[in-house]
Design a protein around this ligand. Structure first.
Ligand code: OFO
Length: 164
């Protein structure tokens, strides 16, 4: 495997791991602040990002590349409210999409169609996740700071997410 691509895939392992830990911190904050639906949503997002990370680890190993399990930054764990949680969620997904696009770009430059093909799964996944993050943030922006609206959002979030 080309060393640039190998490095980018290792970077991507780190971004997926970082997203997993960030969503875990968000789930835990929501749990501690009485938003049980939001907590379940982020616990499961955290699990999904870990799966994304593992898929990359296994792929790099299958291709006889060298996986470097990364050190991570401490995630943000204090938030002003659930709107900030979802702003952060969208921001994180946009960041990951940009990084995936960078991997795709390098694959094309290096004519590595195998990795390019593998990365298509991430492209599709990111489209869905970004769309879901935007939908949820749009709903919250409509609700604004209304507490009963936040109560209903928390109650309904997993239905909204699963029907997305
Ligand atoms: Fe949603 O970040 Fe993984 O791919």
């Amino acid at each position: 495997m080309n060393t640039t691509i190998e490095q980018l895939l290792n970077d991507q392992i780190k971004y997926e791991a970082q997203a997993s830990m960030q969503y875990l911190a968000m789930a835990s904050w929501a749990d501690a602040n009485g938003f049980n639906g939001v907590a379940d949503f982020f616990y499961s997002q955290s699990d999904e990002e870990r799966v994304h990370m593992l898929k990359l680890v296994k792929f790099v190993n299958e291709r006889s590349g060298n996986v470097v399990v990364p050190a991570l930054q401490k995630p943000t764990d204090s938030f002003s409210g659930i709107i900030e949680l979802f702003e952060k969620f969208l921001e994180s997904e946009i960041f990951v999409t940009e990084k995936i696009n960078q991997v795709i770009y390098e694959c094309l430059q290096n004519k590595d169609y195998n990795v390019h093909n593998f990365m298509q799964w991430y492209v599709t996944e990111q489209l869905e996740e970004e769309a879901m993050a935007r939908t949820l943030l749009d709903k919250l922006n409509i609700i604004g700071t209304d507490k009963s609206g936040h109560y209903l959002f928390d109650r309904d979030i997993n239905d909204i997410a699963s029907s997305h």
